[in-house]
Design a protein. Structure first.
Length: 276
């Protein structure tokens, strides 16, 4: 298994350097083509006006959106120069999350930036990684702004015996095969689950070995608070990427995510690869 087509989502209101670099490194490692994608909707002013003045504001707003999308295309092509087998640019006048979900059929993996910190993302110009991971049907690589390269020397697999985790590990095989150190860890909530958890991670490690991936297993003594424990273990292992299933459900058209998924959508200093 490999990644033959990488898609990278660019945002109008966020820095794009880190996600572009991660996409370029994927392209180099897997000799892949890269699709750059961006979209935005014009957000009309909150105050009321009418007639020619209103139309002039709307025209100016759309012109600004189109100009910014053109600038993003230039950033994308410059970042991929001599690094990807082939490049393609897709953009649209649409809500970015909706546009990317519809286009994700064309890729093997989607690269985006971290979720907006300290507030809600502007749906007119920025993607919502929480919505993306639950809808795209492709692995989502979330790259924090602090990452300037895709470090796969050490990878942590956050295991939970669910369909989402199984898909995430399968989706991540190309990256896992490039890693020198892979750790499969399961956090138990009840001591009575420890023996079963050890058997589960042993099965995953054995499965990975049959795909040429050497991995070690871990079921830490501490119980509960999985998000905090995974962050500590990843830091101790020097993991550059955390692999996990994305868990959540939709309520009133808003994705309500589990604690670990929420943490990995907002990675601090390492990438997250999530699948649902």
């Amino acid at each position: 298994m490999t990644y033959k087509t990488v898609m990278v989502g660019l945002a109008l209101g966020q820095p794009n350097d880190s996600r572009l670099e991660a996409a370029a490194q994927l392209a180099e490692r897997f000799e892949a083509r890269v699709i750059g994608i961006a979209a935005a909707e014009f957000s009309p002013p909150l105050y009321f006006t009418e007639g020619e003045a209103a139309q002039r504001l709307i025209d100016q707003g759309w012109a600004a959106v189109k100009n910014r999308l053109k600038e993003l295309e230039g950033e994308f092509r410059a970042a991929m120069q001599n690094r990807a087998v082939e490049v393609e640019w897709r953009c649209g006048e649409d809500f970015p999350t909706r546009f990317i979900v519809r286009q994700a059929r064309a890729c093997d993996i989607l690269v985006v930036g971290e979720a907006t910190r300290g507030g809600l993302a502007d749906p007119f110009v920025q993607v919502n990684p929480s919505d993306l991971v639950m809808q795209i049907g492709r692995p989502l690589l979330v790259v924090p702004e602090a990452c300037n390269w895709l470090d796969v020397r050490s990878i942590l697999v956050a295991w939970k015996d669910t369909a989402e985790a199984r898909r995430a590990v399968s989706d991540a095989l190309p990256l896992l095969g490039r890693s020198a150190e892979v750790t499969v860890v399961e956090i138990v909530e009840d001591e009575a689950e420890r023996a079963a958890a050890q058997a589960r991670v042993a099965d995953v490690v054995a499965w990975l070995s049959r795909h040429g991936v050497h991995a070690s297993e871990m079921v830490p003594e501490q119980r509960g608070d999985a998000a905090t424990q995974l962050e500590r273990i990843a830091s101790d292992a020097g993991a550059g990427v955390v692999i996990a299933g994305a868990y959540g459900h939709s309520r009133l058209s808003e994705w309500i995510l589990g604690g670990v998924t929420r943490r990995l959508i907002n990675p601090a200093n390492r990438c997250s690869l999530l699948s649902h």
